[in-house]
Design a protein. Structure first.
Length: 541
């Protein structure tokens, strides 16, 4: 839900929000013993002609004709050329970096071309502009004018057993369009269960039925195979109007019919899908909350562990060169200058961790860099930079690298804000670090707990060390689990490696903050908290 490439500040034009749905066909098969595992990354060309990554779809295992459920939401400006590049990769590892994955092709074009076509299919190309095999990409664009969503609770019973005594079922919801069926949502897979209950989920009415309660919706139930050749258990068709009749006391039930079996003697169905809840609500946007009085509270945590190197030497990540630059300062400036516009006080608490601090030289994993525990605030980003520069000579970089103390610190304030039952405050913790986390179990628990609070965590990795731990925490494809197996309520971590942006401050800020608007709106909407200055009158649905 981030914006990019807006007109000059003096322009009176407003952006139109556009949602892009991506699918591919006939991708190259780069794996020897299985099929490619594709993912599509969207890159945007900034005004200085550098590409930065805007977002990624989910990765789909063993599939050469993927339909991606995750969509991209962009701001479209009619009067601005907004260049996009869609790159498809075969994911071979768990790292965030895509350069070590097989490239399956790309398409470069403008957002205007997509919007004017509504649906556009083009061949995928290799970097030398040769065709990427027979691969193609299809992009569907839809203007966002309807912000209503449907909240679902769905289970099933007596599904067909596809493997001995069980199946691994998941559901796919499709919207009927002029050009065929378009994937609207895919649930998670429930393992080894023919009577599954899926986690509650939400689908925008725009994606589900275009806002038309009588438009046909198709639901497919599959048995998941790791090979990618999922077995169809059965399907049914319905409408939003029928789904809305559901309630916990009286679920709406649909027979799951497998077309290959329906002509067999004595065949009834392949199971029953039970919709226990389909409640339509208005979903407030990020701007609704910001313009309605919600404040973003921005906290910075800086890694002062010994692995950064002696700040007095040019090899150190904390070394401030004659131009007053290092990667820590660049990250603070880039992200802070954007976020501070949403904080009316512009007073930012800033903490360090992993250093020996004065006057006693004890190791601390949560100390204010101005050394004033009663008032850890810095005035504006300039104040943050000044405090950082002044504290460095007084510290002895040490270790280990513990994240959980600062996460739990901010979570305390987020928890207090949640108890007020308003959408007046949301907390953003920016952690700038050079590498491996030492207290991974405690950090996982802290993040899972914080996922139920009005809070997001942005991690910027500086230097060139191993960031696999950060990528693990940024759980784009599956929700993070704590050591006790408790699952996060939502994804609240965004990780970005600083050096990927090569000093492009604008691109860094846009990439780092790309997921934040959606994290803010998904949290407050899930708790049914309206913007503070919104009327309490009932919404017309």
């Amino acid at each position: 839900m981030a914006s990019f490439g807006p007109p000059s500040s003096g322009s009176s034009h407003l952006a139109t929000k556009v949602e892009l749905t991506i699918s591919c066909e006939n991708l190259m098969d780069m794996d020897i013993f299985s099929k490619s595992d594709p993912l599509c990354a969207l890159y945007i060309n900034t005004t200085d002609y550098n590409w930065y990554e805007f977002g990624r779809t989910e990765m789909i295992l063993n599939c050469l004709n993927p339909k991606f459920a995750k969509k991209f939401v962009l701001d479209y400006y009619f009067e601005t050329v907004q260049r996009l590049k869609f790159c498809v990769y075969d994911i071979d590892n768990n790292t965030h970096d895509l350069s070590d994955d097989d490239f399956l092709g790309e398409l470069e074009l403008t957002l205007g071309q997509i919007v004017s076509s509504k649906q556009l299919t083009r061949p995928l190309l290799l970097p030398d502009r040769r065709p990427a095999g027979h691969g193609s990409i299809t992009i569907c664009a839809e203007e966002i004018t309807d912000t209503r969503i449907a909240n679902f609770e769905v289970s099933a019973r007596r599904l067909d057993k596809k493997y001995l005594w069980w199946s691994d079922p998941f559901l796919e919801f499709f919207k009927q369009t002029e050009t065929g069926w378009q994937l609207a949502h895919r649930t998670e897979v429930v393992k080894n269960n023919v009577n599954p209950t899926w986690r509650p989920f939400r689908i925008s009415l725009r994606a589900l039925c275009g806002g038309d309660a009588e438009k046909t919706i198709r639901v497919d139930c599959f048995d998941h195979h790791i090979s990618g050749s999922h077995s169809l258990i059965g399907s049914f068709k319905t409408t939003l109007a029928q789904l809305q009749e559901a309630s916990h006391s009286s679920p709406v039930e649909f027979e799951c019919i497998n077309p290959k079996k329906q002509n067999k003697k004595d065949y009834k169905n392949s199971g029953v899908i039970c919709v226990k809840r389909c409640q339509v609500e208005r979903e407030f946007t990020f701007l609704d909350y910001i313009m309605g009085g919600c404040q973003l509270n921005f906290t910075i945590a800086i890694d002062f562990t010994g692995s950064n190197g002696d700040p007095r030497t040019p090899q150190s990540l904390h070394y401030i060169n004659p131009e007053g630059y290092n990667e820590y300062l660049a990250a603070i400036w880039a992200v802070g200058n954007v976020v501070q516009d949403y904080d009316s006080t512009k007073m930012f608490p800033v903490f360090g961790f992993g250093a020996q601090v004065p006057p006693l030289g004890q190791v601390s994993h949560e100390f204010p860099i101005n050394f004033d525990a009663a008032n850890p605030f810095c005035a504006g980003i300039e104040g943050v930079v000044t405090a950082y520069q002044q504290c460095l000579p007084q510290l002895k970089l040490w270790g280990p690298t513990n994240f959980s103390p600062v996460i739990n610190h901010v979570a305390c304030f987020a928890r207090q804000a949640l108890q007020q039952h308003t959408a007046s405050q949301y907390f953003v913790l920016l952690i700038i670090t050079d590498g491996v986390i030492t207290d991974m179990d405690q950090t996982r628990s802290a993040i899972v707990n914080a996922s139920r609070l009005p809070m997001s965590i942005i991690i910027v990795g500086v230097g060139g060390e191993d960031f696999s731990a950060m990528e693990f925490l940024d759980s784009d494809d599956s929700l993070l689990r704590a050591p006790n197996n408790e699952i996060a309520a939502r994804d609240i971590v965004q990780f970005v490696p600083f050096r990927q942006f090569q000093g492009n401050r604008v691109a860094l800020a846009q990439s780092v903050l790309a997921e934040l608007p959606d994290q803010v709106t998904s949290f407050f909407n899930s708790y049914k908290l309206k913007p503070p200055n919104t009327s309490n009158a009932p919404e017309l649905l």
